[in-house]
Design a protein around this ligand. Structure first.
Ligand SMILES: Nc1ncnc2c1ncn2[C@@H]1O[C@H](COP(=O)(O)OP(=O)(O)OP(=O)(O)O)[C@@H](O)[C@H]1O
Ligand SMILES: [Mg+2]
Length: 509
């Protein structure tokens, strides 16, 4: 009788060989020769693509020996083929996979629970078994790897497909984004579709994700501004840093205020927040204006009287539209900018202005006479802060206070423009307001001393009186700069005065 250890080895060997045959590592094409007790005609031999089998049964007190071939398709289930099973006390069966390996003599001890007893080869590992034991796990590993790669690729394909759907083909995009549509067409659709609050969000996302960034054109407090291309046209992309998510959201929210669109307010196209796995990219897409900001423009060029009136009138028109509340379902709330300055006004190709950077704006909810966010005391750019903002006397419960503060800043912008006006061959170099009274990047305290305590304002030169346009501009500025906010002009009043001036001076807008 063999030891239990030997039996375990034999059982393992059987399982491995059966598996190898099944998975094709031992080529069944090389027919296996076996002893065959029923094959008189072929000299007691048979050939098979499966296994040789020897069995000994104990029937009616007699041992019967059978040796046959088992075809490959009968070797199921793998590992323990039914044909190779023994039955205790009745049948001892042995399957094997080398030529004539079933010539072994098996015994079925009478009445004793049977165990497979193989008296053939010894329990040590042969080369086939060794190969099997090494190749088996390697094969299984490779199989798992292939399955893994396949599953991964499948997942990737699905993901890319989903992304493409997201990007290029959300179910309704085709309504807006027919291949031949330009940005101008889109915006036209938008202004005639009646909603007045911007493109649907999925179209915004689609547009944003098909923009190709070209070059960086500026850097501000909240991030970078890039020129991008979309369907052959230029767009501006303001990319916020991840920690400025609230600013991004607020600016997008304000730009999508119903009926905000106006020729003198920067044309908003899309907002998109794209999670790239590591961080969230926050984009705000708008019209691109190659002249850049009014600050850039005035630094580069002097302006004629006509240019000056165009810039000033268009800026007033934009601000008047922003400030104005329009009643009715298609109306708009009054909006105060709170960060008006020459860097936040863009110059369009036709020489008119577009007010930009609405991230700090507040909206008036007239029904409840409240402001749509809790406004913080001092936001914006210190140099352009109105006296009541600098000394914190501004009445923040009163929405009009914020409009008055905008008008003060508009007056400073007019001063920057008028200084660059070339009348009769005279013009001045570009300077920021209060350039002669405060250092660069002044503190609130430095500004407060000059603007509130000393009540100083930028200088309006006497020679401006010699030119009607400059005289009017000078007068408007002073009336924008009153210490008392309520006494200042309104944007609408300024717009009317400058409209008259433009007619007088024969300016073509
Ligand atoms: N739509 C646009 N078209 C062309 N140029 C633009 C556009 N928007 C911004 N720029 C350029 O990018 C620059 C940076 O703009 P951004 O608003 O980020 O900063 P800023 O206005 O200069 O400073 P701040 O952060 O104080 O607002 C602008 O000064 C302008 O030159
Ligand atoms: Mg800005």
């Amino acid at each position: 009788m063999r030891s239990d250890g030997n039996l375990a080895v034999m059982s393992l060997r059987r399982t491995v060989l059966a598996l190898l045959v099944l998975i094709g590592l031992i080529a069944p094409g090389d027919a296996l020769k076996c002893n065959c007790t029923n094959c008189e005609k072929s000299g007691y031999e048979c050939e098979t693509d499966g296994a040789c089998m020897a069995s000994t049964s104990y029937i009616n007190g007699q041992e019967q020996h059978v040796r046959i071939c088992i075809p490959r398709e009968s070797l199921i289930p793998p590992g323990q083929p039914i044909f190779c099973l023994s039955a205790e006390g009745v049948l001892n069966t042995h399957c094997c996979y080398t030529d004539y390996c079933n010539s072994v003599d098996l015994q079925v001890p009478n009445g004793v629970p049977e165990r497979a007893i193989w008296q053939g080869t010894s329990g040590s590992w042969g080369p086939v078994e060794l190969v099997a034991v090494i190749a088996g796990p390697v094969f299984v590993f490779c199989l798992l790897l292939i399955v893994g790669v396949f599953v991964f690729q499948h997942h990737q394909r699905n993901y890319n497909h989903r992304q493409r759907l997201d990007v290029e083909d959300p179910s309704c995009d085709h309504l807006y984004l027919a291949k031949d549509k330009t940005l101008q067409d889109l915006i036209f659709d938008l202004s005639t579709s009646g909603s007045g609050s911007g493109l649907p969000l999925f179209v915004q996302r689609t547009v944003a994700r098909t923009i190709v960034l070209q070059e960086i054109i500026g850097k501000g407090r909240f991030g970078e501004v890039w020129r991008g291309r979309w369907r052959g046209g230029d767009v501006a992309v303001k990319i916020f840093s991840s920690r400025e998510e609230r600013s991004w959201f607020r600016e997008a929210e304000i730009y999508q205020t119903i009926m905000l669109r106006h020729e003198n307010i920067l044309g908003f196209i899309a907002a998109d927040n794209k999670d790239n796995g590591t961080w969230t990219q926050l984009w705000l897409v708008s019209d691109y204006h190659e002249h850049g900001s009014l600050f850039d423009y005035l630094n580069h060029y002097t302006v004629t009287i006509e240019d000056m009136i165009k810039l000033a009138l268009s800026a007033a028109s934009g601000l008047a539209h922003l400030h104005m509340e329009i009643l009715g379902t298609q109306g708009k709330p009054g909006i105060a900018h709170r960060d008006l300055k020459s860097k936040n006004i863009l110059v369009k190709k036709n020489g008119t202005c577009a007010i930009a950077d609405l991230g700090l704006a507040v909206r008036h909810e007239s029904v409840t006479d409240t402001i749509d966010i809790a406004p913080n005391q001092r936001v914006g750019t210190k140099r352009y802060m109105a006296p009541e903002v600098l000394d914190e006397t501004i009445n923040m419960k009163h929405f009009d206070s914020f409009k008055c503060a905008d008008i003060y800043a508009l007056g400073l912008v007019y001063w920057e423009i008028a200084r660059r006006c070339n009348a009769g061959g005279i013009h001045e170099e570009y300077q920021l307001p209060y350039y002669d009274l405060v250092p660069s990047d002044p503190s609130i305290e430095e500004m407060r001393k000059v603007v509130c305590d000393q009540r100083l304002r930028p200088n309006v030169p006497n020679w401006w009186q010699s030119y009607e346009a400059l005289r009017v501009m000078g007068k408007i500025m002073r009336e924008c700069w009153y210490a008392n906010g309520a006494a200042r002009l309104t944007a609408l009043r300024i717009k009317k005065t400058l409209s008259q001036l433009s007619v007088q001076e024969d300016v073509k807008m």
